[in-house]
Every structure is written in C-alpha cells, then in structure tokens.
Design a protein around this ligand. Structure first.
Ligand SMILES: *Cc1c(COP(=O)(O)O)cnc(C)c1O
Length: 489
C-alpha cells in the first residue's frame, strides 16, 4: 500500500501577513462605510452588469483574498439592502449596532456550536436569555431559546402550545385527537403565524381570524363568540395569539383582556411581539403590555427593535417542562456526561428543533454590556417620538393624509390631492413609493388598509434623525405633485 507523500492545507492562509493586511483593510473600510452611510443613497438597484458579474461559474481555482474582497466592494456593498441607512423604514428591519458587527466577527472566529457542550459560549447564551426575560418582565423561572427570527420563535412557541394541548400529540400525531384543534388571532396577525400553523399540521383553517376595531386591535366580543361557537360545534380551542405591535400598523391588542379570556377559557396565551415587545422598555407602555409579561409564550426579534445584526430572535416559554417535553430527545451520541465537554447544562437542542446553533448571543451580550440597556430604551423611545413627529408633519400638510392613528413606531399615510380620482389614488401612491426608493431618497414600503394603498414607515432605526422625516415629507409632496401632474396631463 502506498503511503501518502504529502498533506495539503489549502484552506488556511498560505501567507498570514498578507491575510492580516487584507483583514485590516476590511476593518478600516467597513468602519468608514458605517461612518459615511448617511452620504450614500438609501438604496440603489443592482444594475444588470452587476447581476451578471455575480452570476459567475462555480470557482474551481484560487484567487487572492484581496481580489475577492475587491469584488465584494464593487459588486455587493454598493447595492446593499439599505437597512443600515438612516432613512430606511421599510418592512420592519433593524439598523445594526457597530459593536454587534465586531461581535459577529469574534463569534465566527471562535465558531462554537451551541447545540451541546460545556463551554463559555453556552453560559453567555444562557445569561442573555435571562436578560431577555428580564427585559420583557417575564418570570425568572421561564425557559427560553435564541433562534433565527420571530418566524422561528413563533413556530417554536406554537409547537409547544400544540403539544401541551394534548399529551398524545407528540407520540401519536394529530390523528389521535377526536376533536380538531383551533386557535384565535386577529386578522392583522403576521402571516408567519399561519405558516407555523400549517407546518404544525393543523391546517390554515384552524386559525380563526378575528376582526379588528378601528385601531386594528382584536375585537373581544367576536373572539369570545368564536371560542364559544367552536366548543359547541365540537372543536378543541387551545390557544389565543395576541399581537404586541402588528406589522401593518404597530397596533397592540388589549393584552390584559386577552390574558383574562385565555385564563378563563383555559387556553394557551401566545404573543407575537416581533418588534413591539420592546416597547415594554418604555415606561409609557408598561401597563398596556402587562398582559404580555404573563403570557405562556412570547416571541420577539432582537434584529428589529434591538438593532442587532441579523439574525437574532428569542422565544420565552413560561413552563419549562412544557417547553422541554416538546423537543427533548436524547440519542446515544448526545448523552450528557458527568465531566468532560459533554457535561454542562441541559443542552439547547432539548428546547428547539435545531441541533447545531451559532453563537447568536455574543452580539447581544457585548452590545448590552457596551451601551447598557438604558441606551437601547432611550433609542426605542426616540423612534416612537419620531413616529409621532412624522405623523404631526403629515397632518400639517393638506395634501397628505394620515391613514391610521400612531400607537407605536409605524406611520401609514398617503398623498391625496383634492379632486383626484379615487380609483387612481392607489396607483399614484405606489408610484410615489417606487420613486422614493428608486431615487435613493428614503425607503418606506407599503401596505393595504381597508382597500387603500398606503405609504408605510416602520421606525426601528437607531440612526434616523428628526430631519430625515422632514425629508420624507418634503419628497413625498414633491414626487406626489410630479406624479399627479404627469397623470392628469
Ligand atoms: C417581522 C415580523 C415577524 C417575522 O419575524 P422575522 O424575524 O422576519 O422572522 C412576525 N411578526 C411580526 C409582527 C413582525 O413584524
């Protein structure tokens, strides 16, 4: 048998000083990038030539790292999503705290897998989950897990709610139930809740979509009636989903009332607090969100209104046993030992679907330590104040129309010139949104409220200044006049 003559180490740098020089260049460039982000367009479409250049064939042979980095500078960075820009308020997207950027670098340098083991990253992650409970006013004895986004957090919470509804579900499946499960949420609930329910095998129809009042909050009499009716018809109601900040308008369901109904009806109380849960850090919202602190499960993002780099979200579950009973399974290769690396705390893989897990908590740990919670609370308060300011500026303009009351950080408005044909208002406002984006001025996005297309700004941005909102108002008017003029000519 021939013995191998040489070994190859192709994937670590051949020339460390050269690697270091490129790395230093990256750090300097990226700090400049963040520092000067305000001078760049809020968004720029990747030109066809760039899209073409990105579509190169699978590389088979090496190319120096600094040339690859140049490709990044040329092809990727200038045509970024834009959500780190101070005038990005599209969908609900976070703006990324610089200390978090560095933490991501440190986390991937250590590259621990947090699924199991005895190591500091696991203890950091556990502590960050404790801090999450504390930020949300949640019971210290609750359990929790960091996941990739509020979608996964909602799915995880609803999986526990479903499995808790009947102790045979995990073993025998939904077939073992003689009554079909149903759950309740407002029509304004995020689509990820429906997706979760579909994935959990309950079927979209099991999610009863309850109408909302004029402030886009779930209507309680209709909720009570739906539960009563379902029970009478032989369904098995098991859960109410409350919204702490709906995606369309930022509205907050009546939490204490929902909590009371859930307790009375013996239903699991789950909250989607993707971004709005963080309003709890503002004393003005404490009372309104009290019911949230008492929920059975609470899903929220840290990459939205805690401004963490993607991805970071959390699910908190009041009942540790219910949580663990939903996911715990221990094959022979994952058994905890008394000592060695397989000792350590009850592994995270007993609390969620993922086994391998990145070091999501390091950025949260470092940013909270670096800036302190109060800095985040202040910034969140400022975003709420900015939403109110924007609403005021809109109301001051006769050609702009505020389309919802501002309860949190979401502002919906439209351009509405007098005597403009009603059936063309939607197109007109869509054209305004596209022009604001295409010209790199600002990134609001849109939604439909009561059939009306509205321009929508969700303010989860630590870089926005007051005058950024003046620019949005001024440019909406300017583009509106231009577009309306073009149409009637
Ligand atoms: C963004 C959002 C979600 C989904 O969260 P991801 O982090 O994007 O998965 C769910 N609910 C609400 C209210 C949201 O705003």
């Amino acid at each position: 048998m021939e013995t191998p003559k040489s070994e190859q180490h192709l994937l670590d740098p051949q020339d460390w000083p050269e690697f270091r020089a490129t790395a230093h260049r990256m750090v300097d460039d990226m700090i400049d990038w963040i520092q000067t982000i305000r001078e760049k367009p809020a968004w720029q479409k990747p030109p066809a030539s760039v899209q073409q250049a990105i579509n190169e064939p699978l590389p088979q042979t090496p190319k120096p790292l600094d040339q690859v980095y140049d490709d990044f500078l040329k092809l990727v960075a200038p045509y970024n999503k834009g959500n780190i820009h101070p005038r990005f308020w599209g969908w609900v997207e976070g703006s990324s705290v610089p200390a978090g950027v560095l933490a991501e670098f440190l986390a991937s340098t250590l590259n621990p897998n947090l699924g199991i083991g005895d190591h500091s990253p696991i203890y950091v992650e556990r502590r960050v989950i404790d801090w999450c409970k504390s930020m949300m006013g949640f019971s210290e004895s609750a359990s929790g897990l960091l996941v990739s986004g509020a979608t996964t957090a909602n799915l995880t919470g609803l999986a526990v709610a479903r499995n808790h509804a009947h102790n045979q579900i995990r073993q025998k499946g939904l077939h073992s139930l003689d009554k079909p499960l149903t759950l309740y949420a407002s029509v304004e609930t995020h689509s990820c809740v429906q997706k979760s329910i579909e994935l959990l095998g309950l079927g979209a129809e099991s999610l009863r979509k309850i109408p909302v009042d004029e402030n886009y909050r779930i209507r309680l009499p209709e909720l009570r009636a739906a539960i009563r009716e379902d029970r009478a018809k032989g369904f098995f109601p098991f859960c109410i989903v409350g919204n702490a900040g709906t995606v369309n308008t930022g509205s907050i369901d009546p939490m204490s009332e929902l909590l009371a109904i859930a307790r009375e009806e013996k239903l699991w109380f789950h909250i989607d607090g993707a971004f709005g849960a963080f309003a709890y850090l503002d004393p003005e919202y404490r009372e309104r969100l009290y019911g949230m602190t008492q929920a059975d499960s609470l899903a929220f993002d840290l990459h939205k209104w805690m401004y963490m780099p993607y991805e970071a979200a959390c699910i908190l579950i009041r009942d540790v046993t219910a949580h663990r009973n939903s996911f715990h399974i221990t094959p022979s290769y994952l058994v905890n030992h008394e000592s060695g690396i397989a000792a350590g705390p009850d592994p995270f893989n007993h609390y969620g679907i993922s086994l391998s897990k990145g070091f999501t908590s390091l950025k949260i740990w470092m940013c909270l330590k670096t800036y302190g919670l109060q800095a985040f609370a202040e910034t969140i308060r400022q975003n709420i104040a900015q939403a109110r300011y924007l609403a005021q500026q809109i109301e001051r303009e006769p050609l702009l129309e505020l389309m919802t009351p501002v309860t949190l950080n979401v502002v919906c408005y439209r351009y509405h010139p007098k005597n403009y044909p009603a059936d063309r208002l939607n197109d007109l406002n869509k054209n305004i949104v596209m022009a604001l984006q295409d010209r790199g001025i600002a990134v609001p996005t849109s939604t439909i409220l009561n059939g009306h297309y509205v321009i929508r700004a969700a303010i989860t941005n630590h870089r926005s200044r007051w005058d950024d909102f003046d620019i949005l108002v001024k440019e909406s008017l300017k583009i509106g006049a231009e577009m309306a003029g073009k149409e009637t000519r």
